[in-house]
Design a binder for this molecule. Sequence first.
Ligand SMILES: [Zn+2]
Ligand SMILES: [Zn+2]
Length: 266
Amino acid sequence: MRFSNLHTHTTFSDGKGTVRENIESAIKKNMLSLGFSDHSFTACDTSYCMKLEDYEKYCAEISSLKEEYKDRIPIFLGLEKDYYSDIDKSCFDYIIASVHYIVHNGVCYPIDHSRKQQEDCTREVFHGNILDMAKCYYDMVVEHVASCKPDVIGHFDVLNKFSIMPENDEKYIEITCEAMKEAFKYCPRFEVNTGGISRGWRKDPYPSFYLLELLRELGGEVVINSDSHHPENLDFFFCESAEILRRAGYKTFSVFNGKSFDKINL
Ligand SMILES: [Zn+2]
Ligand SMILES: [Zn+2]
């Protein structure tokens, strides 16, 4: 089975490989296509994102390599747009919408960088009430998707990354399900993101299995993405993710063709 990956980070943001190194790796892996989605600029934290002055270079380099490699592999120019970024979407082939921060009283709390930062946020912003934090995060996801109208919703329940969230708690499950139903109204396509597994944090991709089942019931689509930060990881856990999707009742997954998404049989 051949795969594509739309969620790829390069040295333009916090990835380890260049654009070209990632393309060469995708060709070696016999992938269908490859999309780049470096982090959009976030003024509240500039340590992981693309520099504002690099946007033009990013777009130019990917467009040039898209042309150079056009007979070998289709390349797409995308962006992982954060909740706190204000970016003109028009020059990109596609947009992944993600929430990475909660900013409160001028303090920026990254929610998927470290366990400590997530714990600090829970304590300092939500007085230790973890469900309040969950509600805040998932509300932000819905708000972001509603205003951005992306092509793909990024790592929907990445808040689970450090296993601090009460994932089996009825109320938590209700918050996540309601948010998925709301977000689905604005974008029916969620990524199955394997980035937490390649970095050793999780055993399963985002979203959790019950959310994948809910999405299928809603009539949603899935895109299998690695959130790769290294060229070797472009298709990390993809075969296993396809199997998880079959178990969740999916018959197809979606692959970008440059303009829209094609459904490929699982
Ligand atoms: Zn992300
Ligand atoms: Zn990412």
